[in-house]
Design a protein around this ligand. Structure first.
Ligand SMILES: [Zn+2]
Length: 73
């Protein structure tokens, strides 16, 4: 029972995260200058799985790995 609910929880979290990524990609901003990021998608399977977010202004790039955008400076 405990195992089952844990699985369900993980499943729900994944769905939330995917939805957040899809809908929030246009709201993601460069962490340095706050500009909109340009998106290059390398791998797409119904959702963005791998890609690059790029700030044209300060040439920062942020990878998307397994659907998760990795933002750092
Ligand atoms: Zn920038």
């Amino acid at each position: 029972m405990v195992l089952l609910s844990k699985k369900l929880l993980v499943h729900k979290l994944l769905i939330c995260y995917q939805k957040m990524l899809e809908s929030s990609i246009e709201f993601l901003r460069c962490i340095r200058c706050g500009s909109k990021l340009e998106l290059d998608v390398f791998k797409f399977d119904k959702e963005i799985e791998e890609g690059i977010l790029e700030c044209k202004k300060c040439k920062l790039t942020f990878p998307i790995i397994e659907k998760i955008p990795i933002l750092w400076e």
